[in-house]
Design a protein around this ligand. Structure first.
Ligand code: LLP
Length: 425
C-alpha cells in the first residue's frame, strides 16, 4: 500500500495535493512519501521479526540524504557500491558499522576509505580484490571484515539486464572456487572472514530462485564451518519485486519472503543481512510531469510531456512499465484513447508508454508515473542539457524540497575553454 491516493478527484501524496507541489516547485519533479517509505521499511523488518537481522537499504535505489536519514532513523543500515555512496550514507548519518560495501570493481581508494570509515562488512567479489584489500589493511595494521559474494548460478527469472546470479554474470566469485578462496582468505592477516553474501538479481517475482540460492548458501556455510572457518553472517542481498501495475497480481509479500529466509538460513545462528532497495522505495515515489503538447499521429496520439528519458530512464532502458496516474482523476465512464506518452528528448526510445489506452489528456494537464521511487532519480542524467529534476518529500500535510532544481548554468560550471581557444592565443 502507498500513500498516493485521489481525494475529491485530485491525486495527493499523503495530505498534500500534487497540484500544490507543482505550483511551488514547477514540473517535472519526483515526489516521495515519508509515510510510505516508513511503512515499507516496517513491513520488511516485521517480516523478519525474531531473527537476528540487519536491514541495509540499498542506496543505489534511492540515495537522497533525506531518504537515507529517514530509513536510518527507523534502524536501517545501508548497502553501498561506491566510495560516493559510502560517503553519502555517512553524510546521512548511517553508522559505519551498519554499512555493507558491495560492488564488483572497488578501487584501492574505495577499499581504503571503507576501512578508514569502519564499515561493517566488505563484500569481496574476486581473489584480486581480496589480495588488494589484504595489502591495504595490513599496511595500516587493520583487519578488514569481509564476506565473499558468491555466485550461486541461479537464474532469478527476471529481466536479463538485472539478473546477477548466473554463472555468466560478472558478479561474485565462482561457486566451485568459493571453498578454496575462503581457505586463502582465512590465512591472510589483514582479513577477518565473517560471512557469505549472495544477490541474485532485482525485481524478482518468484520465491523459488531465492529458496534455491539461500539453500545453497546454507550448505556452503555448513561446509566452511566444517573446514574450520568461522562464518557469522549471511547476506542475502536484495531483489524482492514490487507491483508495477496497480491492477496486477502482486509479487510475493515480504512475509512470504521472510518464510523462505526462516526455512533456509535461520538455523545457522548467523546474523542475517538484507540489502533491499526497490521493495522499500519504488512505490514510495512518483515522477510528476506536465503535458506540453498533444499531437495527433496517423495511428495514435502523442502526448508530449516535460519529463524525459533522462529523468526516468527505466522505460527506455528496460522497456519498463510505470502506471500513468492523471493528477485529475478522469470520470469513470470517460472514453479512452490510444496514446503514446513521450518526452522531448531526441530519441525514439524517449517514450514512457506505448499504445496505452488512457483517458484523453490536454495541454497543461499534470500526470504522474507511479513506482518511480527506486531507480528513478538516481539513474537520471542531464542528456540534452536538461537539469536534474527536484526531489520533494511529503510528510503528512507538509512537504520539503530534498533536492533542488539546479540552474542550467550549473551544467557547464565545471567545463573549461582551453587557453588555445581564447582570442589572445
Ligand atoms: N544488493 C546488490 C549487491 C545489488 O546489486 C542490488 C541491486 C541490490 C542489493 C538491491 O536490489 P533491489 O532490492 O532493489 O532489487 N536499475 C535497475 C535495477 C538494478 C539493480 C541493481 N542491483 C532497475 O531500474 O530496474
Amino acid at each position: 500500500m502507498d500513500h498516493f491516493q485521489y481525494r475529491e478527484g485530485v491525486l495527493h501524496a499523503e495530505d498534500v495535493s500534487i497540484p500544490a507541489i507543482a505550483a511551488a516547485v514547477g514540473t517535472p519533479f519526483y515526489c516521495y512519501s515519508a509515510a510510505t517509505l516508513t511503512r515499507h521499511y516496517r513491513v520488511f523488518a516485521d517480516a523478519l521479526e525474531g531473527l537476528d537481522t540487519r536491514v541495509c537499504f540499498s542506496a543505489k535505489a534511492n540515495g537522497n540524504l533525506a531518504v537515507l536519514r529517514l530509513l536510518g532513523n527507523l534502524g536501517a543500515g545501508c548497502d553501498v557500491v561506491s566510495g560516493g555512496e559510502l560517503k553519502r550514507a555517512l553524510a546521512a548519518g548511517i553508522p559505519a558499522e551498519k554499512i555493507v560495501f558491495s560492488g564488483v570493481g572497488k578501487t584501492a581508494e574505495e577499499l581504503a576509505l571503507a576501512l578508514d570509515s569502519g564499515v561493517g562488512q566488505i563484500n569481496v567479489e574476486s581473489e584480486a580484490e581480496l589480495n588488494r584489500l589484504n595489502d591495504i589493511a595490513s599496511k595500516v595494521g587493520q583487519t578488514a571484515p569481509i564476506a565473499f559474494r558468491v555466485n550461486p548460478d541461479v537464474d532469478a527469472a527476471t529481466h536479463d539486464k538485472i539478473s546477477t546470479g548466473r554463472k555468466e554474470d560478472k558478479f561474485g566469485v565462482a561457486w566451485e572456487d568459493a571453498p578454496r578462496l575462503y581457505e586463502v582468505a582465512d590465512a591472510l592477516s589483514g582479513i577477518d572472514v565473517r560471512g557469505v553474501a549472495v544477490h541474485i538479481g532485482s525485481q524478482i517475482t518468484d520465491l523459488a530462485p531465492f529458496e534455491t540460492a539461500f539453500t545453497k548458501v546454507a550448505g556452503l556455510v555448513e561446509n566452511l564451518r566444517k573446514a574450520g572457518i568461522d562464518i557469522r553472517t549471511v547476506d542475502l542481498g536484495g531483489g524482492l519485486g514490487v507491483p508495477y501495475k496497480r491492477d496486477n497480481t502482486a509479487p510475493p509479500s515480504p512475509a512470504e519472503y521472510g518464510d523462505v529466509v526462516r526455512r533456509t538460513v535461520s538455523n545457522l545462528g548467523c546474523t542475517i543481512l538484507f540489502e533491499p532497495g526497490r521493495v522499500i522505495a519504488a512505490n514510495a515515489g512518483i515522477l510528476v510531469t506536465k503535458v506540453v503538447y498533444v499531437k495527433p499521429g496517423e495511428t495514435k496520439e502523442f502526448v508530449i510531456v516535460d519529463a524525459a528519458m533522462n529523468d526516468l530512464v527505466r522505460p527506455a532502458m528496460y522497456d519498463a512499465h510505470h502506471d500513468v496516474l492523471p493528477v485529475t482523476e478522469p470520470n469513470a465512464g470517460s472514453a479512452k484513447k490510444t496514446i503514446d506518452i513521450v518526452g522531448p528528448v531526441c530519441e525514439t526510445g524517449d517514450r514512457f508508454t506505448r499504445d496505452a489506452t488512457l483517458s484523453p489528456l490536454e495541454e497543461d494537464d499534470l500526470i504522474a508515473f507511479a513506482t518511480a521511487g527506486a531507480y528513478g532519480a538516481v539513474m537520471a542524467s542531464t542528456y540534452n542539457t536538461r537539469p536534474l529534476v527536484p526531489e520533494v518529500m511529503v510528510n503528512g500535510d507538509s512537504f520539503a524540497i530534498i533536492r533542488k532544481r539546479p540552474a542550467v548554468e550549473d551544467l557547464w560550471a565545471l567545463e573549461n575553454l582551453p587557453d588555445w581557444m581564447t582570442d589572445e592565443n
